[in-house]
Design a protein around this ligand. Structure first.
Ligand code: DGL
Length: 283
């Protein structure tokens, strides 16, 4: 059984392109319809009610493109809105928190896991719940790292300021947690700062710390879930329905919508690994 319809992916802005990139690598036959809510980013500092309201509007937008599946690429939206969307929509959904928690629970050997994310994600305790549902004995320590988002967008992955900020946040985490061996990058932007975070973690925790990328964990889970549901596309008959069916590899026929396009093209190159221009979206 195959399904040639596109997969919807959404985020508060450009960060979810790290998830889109992982999805394109894992599922080369699939087309994506991406929506970045660049006019209203960040979600990480907004209330749960606001993020749920925005997420509902975006899901409606994606469903108008007849998507067969929705990936909530934003950690903050996954934390606040996934349950509400699942209760209301017929389409299957995948967030990034359960996959990130699964990957961390499989890898943590010391019994303690660190989670870094936005203020909203950390306050929601969604990672704690997901991790402890899998391994009740795990102790979970969290730290909000709000400055990481603008640093990643500036492309400051190797900048000394980022190294200093990373040491600051991870020292605060370490004061609570003591030694840990696994740290979840619980925000779309953090994979772009992985080197600075790994260096700071080595210094602060005095050992190598395994960084869990929730974007690639989510892509793995989407691969599995699509196959189990018989929803995967195949290359031979991809028809490009729902727009963009003009030939080329599925990734080339994917579409990227934004609610404000001021910096999208430039940032997309960094987050997605190739240049794409955002198409305007009205929610
Ligand atoms: N996409 C958000 C997340 O993963 C980070 C940016 C924001 O705060 O909107 O939580």
């Amino acid at each position: 059984m195959t399904d040639q319809r596109a997969i919807g992916v959404f985020d508060s802005g450009v960060g979810g392109l790290t998830v889109a990139r992982a999805l394109e690598a894992a599922l080369p036959h699939e087309r994506l319809i991406y929506l970045g809510d660049t006019a209203r980013v960040p979600y990480g500092t907004k209330s749960a009610d606001t993020v749920i309201r925005y997420s509902r509007q975006i899901a409606r937008f994606l469903l108008a493109y007849d998507v067969k599946y929705i990936v909530v690429a934003c950690n903050t939206a996954s934390a606040h809105a996934l349950d509400a969307l699942r209760a209301e929509l017929d389409v299957p959904l995948m967030g990034v928190i359960a996959p990130g928690a699964r990957a961390a629970a499989e890898r943590a050997e010391l019994g303690a896991v660190g989670v870094i994310g936005t203020i909203g994600t950390v306050a929601s305790r969604a990672y704690q719940r997901a991790l402890q549902a899998l391994r009740p004995e795990l102790v979970v320590f969290s730290q909000a790292c709000p400055l990481f988002v603008p640093l990643a967008e500036e492309g400051w992955g190797n900048h000394p300021v980022t190294a200093q900020v990373a040491r600051h946040y991870l020292s605060a985490l370490q004061r609570d947690s003591g030694v840990l061996d696994t740290l979840v990058l619980g925000c779309t932007h953090y994979p772009l700062l992985a080197e600075a975070i790994a260096d700071a973690a080595r210094e602060v925790f005095g050992r190598e710390v395994d960084l869990v990328d929730s974007a690639s964990a989510a892509a793995d889970d989407v691969v599995r879930d699509l196959a189990e549901r018989g929803l995967g596309a195949d290359a031979a008959t991809a028809d490009g329905g729902g727009g963009g069916g003009d030939g080329g590899a599925p990734a080339q026929r994917s579409r990227f919508f934004v609610t404000d396009d001021s910096r999208f093209g430039e940032l997309a190159t960094r987050f997605l690994g190739r240049r794409v221009d955002g198409e305007p979206a009205e929610l």
